[in-house]
Design a protein around this ligand. Structure first.
Ligand SMILES: [Zn+2]
Length: 154
């Protein structure tokens, strides 16, 4: 009976540890999960435009980063798993795969852009190198991330 108690307690401890780890992972997904210079470098790599619909900062769109393989499915924060994505696209994607979502965006845009073109664009852009050092200098020279993104000088 004592052995069973010990066994149950260790199973309980393992479950508790797994839950704690999962919660930590969730907490880390706030706005500060990525350094500003890396975020800006990713936006610059992708031409300050949403990789799905092509909307740009100049047109007033709010940029975010999309995990191609979702973070919740153990997708990494590596640059080749992250693409610039407008807030509208990011909140519309849901649990769909990014390739399936590309098809939905192409149909929604209905302007001759095919899903294959969006996918090709993402496959190309995600492999480009990042210039984090240049983004860091830009942020410092402009006096902050927002100023750097919108081309303002402090
Ligand atoms: Zn978009």
């Amino acid at each position: 009976m004592i052995e069973l108690d010990i066994f149950v307690k260790s199973v309980y401890d393992v479950v508790k540890m797994i839950k704690k780890k999962a919660n930590r992972r969730e907490r880390n997904q706030g706005m500060n999960w990525i350094r500003p210079e890396k975020r800006l470098a990713l936006y610059l790599r992708d031409g300050l435009a949403c990789c799905y619909c092509g909307d740009t900062v100049e047109r007033g769109v709010r940029l975010t980063l999309d995990h191609l393989r979702p973070y919740a499915s153990n997708g990494s924060n590596n640059p080749n798993n992250l693409v610039t994505c407008c807030l509208k696209c990011n909140s519309s994607r849901g649990k769909r795969s990014w390739k399936l979502f590309a098809g939905k965006v192409a149909a929604y845009l209905n302007c001759g852009v095919s899903a294959a073109k969006i996918i090709e664009h993402i496959e190309t852009t995600r492999c480009r190198s990042l210039n984090v050092a240049a983004a860091k200098v830009l942020i410092a020279n402009r006096g902050g991330f927002t100023a750097a993104l919108h081309g303002e000088r402090s």
